[in-house]
Design a protein around this ligand. Sequence first.
Ligand SMILES: Nc1ncnc2c1ncn2[C@@H]1O[C@H](COP(=O)(O)OP(=O)(O)OP(=O)(O)O)[C@@H](O)[C@H]1O
Length: 618
Amino acid sequence: MREQPGSRPDARRLSWRSLWRLRSYLRPYARILTVSWMAAFLGIAAGTVIPLVGKEIIDGPVAHGDRGALLPLGLLALGLGVAEAVLTFVRRWSQAGPVLGLEAAIRDDLYRHLQRLPMSFHDEWQSGQLLSRATTDLSTIRRFLGFGVLFLIMNILQLTAVVIVLLRTYWPLGLLVTASAVPVVALSLRFEKRYIRVSRQVQDQQGDLATLVEEAAVGIRTIKAFGRRRHLYGVFDEAASELRRTALGKVRLSSRFFTFLEVIPNLTLAMVLLFGAVAVGAGALTLGTLVAFTTFVLQLVWPVASLGYILAMGQEAMTAADRVTEVLDTTPEITDPAISDPAITDTRVAGGPYVIERQEKRRRRRSRGRGHLRFEGVEFRFPGADRSVLRDVRLEVRPGETVAIVGATGSGKTTLTSLVPRLRDVTGGRVTIDGRDVRDLSLPTLRAMVATAFEEPTLFSMSVRENVTLGRAEATDREIREALEITQAAFVHDLPWGLDTRIGEQGMSLSGGQRQRLALARAILAGPRVLVLDDTLSALDVETEALVEEALRRVLADATGLIVAHRASTVLLADRVALLSEGAITSVGRHADLLSAVPEYRALLAQDADLDPEGVLR
Ligand SMILES: Nc1ncnc2c1ncn2[C@@H]1O[C@H](COP(=O)(O)OP(=O)(O)OP(=O)(O)O)[C@@H](O)[C@H]1O
């Protein structure tokens, strides 16, 4: 079995590199971020100066009873305190925009990229893994790039500044405080390795769990129908418990580390107080200096203690960035040709997306040919598979002609049809429309030329109108009505809000046949030159099917049709039939001729009780 991508910890890839690459998303916010960072640095400076003012107050006015000097120094300390508070507010306020903007921009790019990735990618990746990358992982990155990095640098700066001040104030105690950093650094390095491993495990397991929840929601009917609730609950519970165990391990690991980080500065503080008191007693240190010293060490408690938390955040963000870039780095294999096709959208065209869209539409209209479809020695092999699903397929569908593909289950019918709109790319030979290899056409042009309706129709959580006009957003109400009439889908007018009724996720509130009819209307409304129907009428009752077929005949007369058929009634829509046997086309001809001359074809359609010996519907 091939390994599920993105579901296993892969420490080799893990580095700051993935996270560093995402910095470009912060570029638009350079100015406001500068304000934020300036506020942070000035805040540290103000905070560091306050204890020094305290020292001056104790060693000066307090020690000498000089009340006159107390007021200006007191006001200075107060002013610094207020300044620190205001700067903290400015830092927090100015950070929110860039941080949320960063998350939204990466999410947009990820979504756009997922849409561009080919079917082979989506075949391999669990949707829950993609979902957790687009949600949990991006939030983790946002938290770290937005707050973690700033605090990490602020803390390091504060630690350095305070240590320098301490060393200059009274070096023996300064050295003691500096030495306390050694165990902190040593343990942080050890902690980092283990934490990276466990946090990747948690993130991957969250993705697996999201997949299980999604499958349970989408497949609820099957689960209920087979009475498998308990069984699937067991599977889910096991995955959830595993995640809980891993997450608990992660919390235990971090709590040990965080506790250690809390203890070190407090121990240091106790030692500073002890040795400082001795030094004051011996006259080597003033009282004011000792008070300033202890205030400084107290100031260090939070930066040191939070260092563990921030490092953990950083490590989680690194694994999250790795998981996100894993997807972003997958190159879409099915792309527009280099520059050979004038219909390719040039995103740098002046005038923005609307101008580009208009130009694209004009080009598409110009580039609409007659829809002459040819499969020329087509081979197809799934990635990693050891044998080809399609072998040397040669088939011609002339403009306006309809060819039915008939074959046993698993013979490659769906795969063959998916090559026309380039849902998959041939691995040998070529598919041409009007003499041009489909790979030489821009994807928008190709997909405007070819419309497909699948056996399992996907309807989106939007209105009927939006669902039906997916292939042609500018369709008028009259055109929509006509398409719905052809596909016998007038039932939508009886829905509570007619065309504007939102249909549930996957159109669950509609019957299978109703969904198929809407998907067919969507394909017809796109006004394609090549119409691909992959067993689209399978869920219709005999009467509705007859009505839809009658109307489809008119549509197909105007387009080139490729229809996958299991039933004789659908086959009769076609001018010719191609028999696909184990990935190769073994016979092509008229339905009646194949029925009498090809035993395999006869056997495939034999179950169709409605046929007379001539293969015609009774
Ligand atoms: N994503 C995939 N990865 C690997 N093999 C696949 C994939 N999808 C389909 N196959 C295999 O390719 C072969 C052809 O599948 P295809 O769906 O094209 O058959 P079909 O003729 O349309 O079948 P049916 O009539 O049951 O819909 C099958 O053996 C199937 O197992």
